[in-house]
Design a protein. Structure first.
Length: 203
C-alpha cells in the first residue's frame, strides 16, 4: 500500500500512528508530500484533493483517514485491535474517533480564519470554531479517565488533534485548563508511535 500524507496533517498522523501501533508501518510506502505537491498531485487521486489517501496493490483508492485506519487495522491479525469487533465497544471507539477528528477540523478551520488579514477575517467564524474546540476539550477532559490503555482508534484521533492544536498554538494554557486530558495526553506523547510522527515543519 502506498499512502500520501503531509508532515503536519493530524489526519495523516492518525494513519501513521495506527500503522506504528499495529507494527505495519514498514509495510506502507509512505509518500510524504508538501502542501504544494498535495495541490498538484492529490486531486488526480482523491477528488476532494485531501490527504491522507492510500492506493492499494490492487489499485483501489482509499480515503479518508477513518477508512484508511480501519483498513490498516483489518490487516492486523496478531496484535490488539485498534477498532474492536464487539458491538458496544466498536461504536464507542468510532464515536470517539469522530470527536477527535471533529476537534482537528475545528482547529484547522479556526486557525485558518484567524491567520487571515484583518480585512478578510471573520471574527464570527473564529468564535464559532473556537466554541467547538472549547466544547470538545471540556467533553474530552471528562472522558479522559475512561480512555482505553493501550489506545484504540478513538484515543489516537484525539491525541493527533491535540498535537495539531498545540502545534498551531491555538489554545494557550489548555494543559492547565483541562488537567485530566493533558495528563493523559502527556502519556500518549511518550509512545513510540507518537514520537516517530511528531509535527516537524510549519506546513
Ligand atoms: N475527513 C478527512 C479530512 C482530511 C483533511 O482535511 N486533510 C487536509 C490536511 S489536514 C487536506 O488535505 N486539506 C487540503 C484541502 O482541503 O484542500 C480525513 O479524515 O482524512
Amino acid at each position: 500500500m502506498k499512502c500520501y500524507v503531509t508532515a503536519n496533517s493530524p489526519y495523516g498522523r492518525k494513519v501513521r500512528v495506527a500503522a506504528n501501533e499495529t507494527g505495519l508501518a514498514d509495510e506502507v510506502e509512505w509518500q510524504m508530500i508538501t502542501p504544494e505537491e498535495r495541490t498538484k498531485v492529490i486531486p488526480g487521486i482523491n477528488p476532494l484533493g485531501k490527504v491522507p489517501v492510500a492506493i492499494l496493490e490492487s489499485g483501489e483508492v482509499l480515503f479518508d483517514s477513518p477508512v484508511i485506519c480501519a483498513y490498516v487495522d483489518s490487516l492486523n491479525n496478531d496484535g490488539p485491535k485498534l477498532i474492536p469487533q464487539a458491538v458496544g465497544a466498536r461504536w464507542a471507539v468510532l464515536t470517539l474517533e469522530a470527536l477527535g477528528d471533529g476537534l482537528a477540523e475545528a482547529v484547522i478551520a479556526g486557525s485558518q480564519e484567524d491567520q487571515k488579514p484583518d480585512e478578510k477575517r471573520s471574527q464570527g467564524i473564529v468564535d464559532r470554531q473556537m466554541g467547538k474546540v472549547t466544547s470538545a476539550l471540556g467533553a474530552l477532559n471528562k472522558m479522559a479517565g475512561d480512555f482505553n490503555d493501550p489506545p484504540m482508534m478513538g484515543e489516537i484521533a484525539v491525541a493527533c488533534a491535540l498535537g495539531f492544536m498545540e502545534f498551531r498554538k491555538l489554545v494557550p494554557g489548555w494543559r492547565e485548563t483541562y488537567p485530566a486530558l493533558s495528563g493523559w495526553y502527556a502519556g500518549m506523547l511518550k509512545r513510540q508511535s507518537f514520537i516517530r510522527t511528531a509535527p516537524t515543519t510549519q506546513g
